[in-house]
Design a protein around this ligand. Structure first.
Ligand code: 3HC
Length: 697
């Protein structure tokens, strides 16, 4: 008998139970066990119908992703599902939690499906660079018709039980909470009513109705912009279309071929890496799993600007009361106004209800006095980047806040230890670096100071999860992980334009790589003055940062989107960057002034200088222990800067390009151009020398 799938009989029902924590994924043992248990059910003459149900938190959540890329061990999932469908006793799938990917495909191979009201179903393979490869693209449209199947398969979004019932994916929604009881009752009823087997593969009315429909063309057109650069969404459409053009068995064969194309694509590798990396970052090396976590039931925020307001929204969304403090009532009123507008826009788009707008607004209060922070569990400072001001604020917080309150700074570059030194409790001080727009971007870089306690580290990681962010723990250095690498890229991109490239050429190389926007479109979004004031501070501190054309832009008041002109120009009500000949003139003027003879710069040089400089810096970040693992850097970039997840993040991308290729180029730039940014990282050199990857660390 299989250890992970069991068979027993209850009355006239043969029950097949899967018990393979955490999510009952369809690994080899489960697939084998399912076939064995089904056989037992078939030969058990007292079983009139069979019930497939799962123990633990969920129904089967898909194929076992850990088996991808390894040789397939028989039986294949498709065979298991076909065998279930072939059964001459009716089989009922009883769904709780989530029936996803291969899990939903297995349920579609059963003859009836019932789900708890809290359950969800979906085919999220596309998010892993795949398509449903065990009959899902052929069976789902037979139940839902073409449009719904395309929607579900090309987006991977989950569908709640009620909506799944409406779409024809399941046959009933149960109100109970014990899935086994509910399933047994349903199966017993089928037996009483002498219901026959009902195979999805034989249901053809919706196939006939949608054959030749324009919907496939429509989806391909929509994906051309929505899924730019991605491989598998288009293959998903091809596979679903095959259900309408080929008989079932041939359609399945076509699905298999397309599935294998996706499986072999580097995008699948990148997306699977991103899936596991996202889960790994929550396990911080060196931080014991049982570290106590402080309760965070109320939060204070300093600064009612864009950042402070965005941060406040995250907590209100999670039902946690927030108090925002600023120096002027006007700033508070303006900040609250922006928050309300953001919520109202979400309500207009149907993402939240008008009642939720009010509930969330009611959780946000304001004050002009730090006394409002007397009882809060966590304070996040979000004022502009100035060390003296931050130190003053933290010394005041130290006086006002209760013992055990966590004092966090949203600084994006400054030294957390120096900020902490302004308090008598550096163990309670930590960085919580949100990314703009803070209510949208999923990354939270949690920065540990040298004295931050483990309890505080564990708490801020838990807070990230609670407010729906992906928290990554990083060390304290200039710019931490994300901005330290970004500033290297920014300086290189700016230098490339100094030397002869155009800003739009640089941006295009980056968007072609899959970034949602290029370096300069991003500078316009963030504000040209941000980088300018950082450079000014660093020059003041004695750093050798040569003059560049971006400084000239800032000095001329072209501050980006907020002034409708920066590197690009903008039209009223439109965020699309438009090339501005005035900027070309400004750049030409700058080059002349500096005596620079512009040269033709190839896209390859742009790619190497913008990306390899980041990889080299990333390697230094690893060497110094600022990031614990290459995957932490990958997640920072995917969730903080829109690095294309299908390339797995910058360090995973570097492994795909080849560490040695990158090292050789970095060394060549160091020997020819020079500069600290091109000094090869010792770790990069070591990996290149040993023919290893970041993934091997
Ligand atoms: N295979 C292997 N491991 C899986 C897995 C899977 N399909 N799904 C989740 N896990 C693991 C996670 O890595 C994690 O492991 P860890 O504890 O060691 O870090 C653990 O299960 C719990 O996962 P989460 O932390 O994500 O738990 P949540 O409760 O937040 O979410 C979930 C549960 C909604 C099931 C989420 O894990 C999920 O979305 N999983 C992926 C589902 C999926 O993509 N399925 C399709 C797979 S491809 C397929 O089926 C191909 C087929 O068509 C042939």
């Amino acid at each position: 008998m299989s250890e992970v799938v069991s068979y027993n009989r209850e009355g006239a029902i043969g029950v097949i139970t899967v018990n393979y924590p955490p999510v009952n994924a369809l690994g080899h043992a489960v697939r084998t066990g399912l076939l064995e248990a089904l056989k037992q059910g078939q030969t058990d003459s007292d079983a009139k119908a069979l019930l497939l149900v799962c123990d633990g938190r969920t129904f089967v959540a898909g194929a076992d992703i850990r088996e991808f890329g390894k040789p397939m061990q028989e039986p294949a999932l498709g065979t298991v599902i076909d065998t279930f469908e072939d059964s001459d006793k009716p089989v009922v799938a009883a769904i709780h939690g989530t029936a996803l990917g291969g899990g939903l495909e297995l349920a579609l191979g059963c003859h009836y499906r019932i789900a708890l009201a809290s359950a969800k179903v979906g085919l999220p393979e596309v998010k892993l660079g795949l398509l449903p490869g065990a009959g899902g693209t052929q069976r789902l449209p037979r139940l839902t018709g073409a449009r719904k199947a395309l929607e579900m398969i090309t987006t991977g979004e989950f569908v709640k039980a009620e909506a799944a019932l409406e779409a024809g994916i399941i046959d009933a929604v149960a109100q109970g909470d014990n899935i086994r009881t509910v399933g047994l009752e349903y199966a017993a009823k089928l037996v009483d009513e002498d219901k026959p087997v009902r195979r999805v593969r034989d249901i053809n009315d919706k196939i006939t109705a949608d054959r030749g429909s324009e919907v496939f063309k429509e989806f391909r057109k929509g994906l051309a912009s929505k899924a730019r650069g991605l491989f598998s969404p288009f293959k998903c459409v091809d596979a679903v279309e095959a259900a309408f053009t080929l008989p079932f068995e041939e359609g399945k064969k076509r699905e298999r071929e397309l599935f294998m194309e996706c499986m072999e694509s580097p995008q699948r590798d990148g997306l699977v890496h991103a899936f596991f990396a996202e889960r790994e970052v929550s396990k911080v090396p060196g931080l014991a799993k049982d570290t106590p976590v402080r309760d965070v039931a109320s939060v204070g925020i300093i600064g009612a600007g864009t950042m402070g307001g965005g941060i406040a929204m995250n907590f209100a969304n999670a039902g946690i009361p927030v108090t925002i403090v600023d120096v002027k009532q006007e700033a508070l009123d303006k900040g609250l106004g922006v928050i309300r507008k953001n919520y109202e826009n979400s309500a207009k788009k149907g993402r939240i209800t008008p009642a939720q707008v009010e509930e969330r607004m009611a959780l946000i209060t304001t004050s002009l006095s730090y006394d409002a922070f007397k009882d809060v569990d966590l304070v996040i400072e979000a004022v502009f980047e100035n060390m003296d001001i931050k130190k003053q604020i933290f010394s005041q917080l130290d006086k006002v806040c209760k013992p055990g309150a966590i004092l966090a700074s949203n600084t994006s570059t400054l030294d957390i230890d120096e900020i902490a030194s302004a308090t008598s409790r550096p163990e309670d001080v930590v960085g919580m670096h949100f990314f703009s727009p803070a209510n949208v971007m999923k990354l939270l870089e949690n920065v540990r100071g040298s004295k931050t306690s483990d309890e505080v580290k564990a708490t801020v990681m838990a807070v990230a999860k609670k407010i729906g962010k992906v928290g990554v723990m990083v060390g304290n250095c200039y710019g931490f992980v994300g901005n330290r690498m970004l500033h290297r890229r920014g300086a290189e991109a700016t230098a490339l334009v100094n030397e002869g490239a155009s800003p739009q050429q640089v941006d295009k190389v980056l968007t072609d790589l899959g970034f949602p926007m290029g370096q300069f479109a991003m500078s316009d979004l963030a504000g040209i003055d941000v980088g300018y004031s950082i450079r000014k501070e660093r020059r003041k501190a004695g750093e050798d940062i040569p003059a560049n054309w971006m400084d000239t832009l800032a000095e001329e008041g072209r501050l980006g989107q907020k002034t409708m002109a920066g590197v690009y120009k903008y039209e009223e009500g439109n965020r699309k960057p438009v090339v501005d000949p005035k900027v070309d003139e400004l750049i030409a003027g700058f080059r002349k002034e500096q005596g620079i003879e512009p040269r033709d710069i190839t896209d390859q040089e742009i790619l190497e200088r913008c990306m390899y400089v980041m990889v080299n810096e990333g390697a230094k970040i690893l060497e110094e222990g600022i990031a614990a693992r290459a995957l932490d850097i990958d997640i920072v970039w995917i969730y903080g800067y829109g690095f294309p997840a299908y390339r797995g993040g910058p360090m995973f991308w570097a492994d795909q390009v080849g560490v040695k290729t990158i090292y050789d180029t970095v060394k060549r730039f160091h020997d020819t151009v020079g500069g600290d940014q091109w000094k090869p990282s010792a770790l990069l050199a070591k990996l290149a020398g040993e023919d290893k990857k970041f993934g091997d660390l």
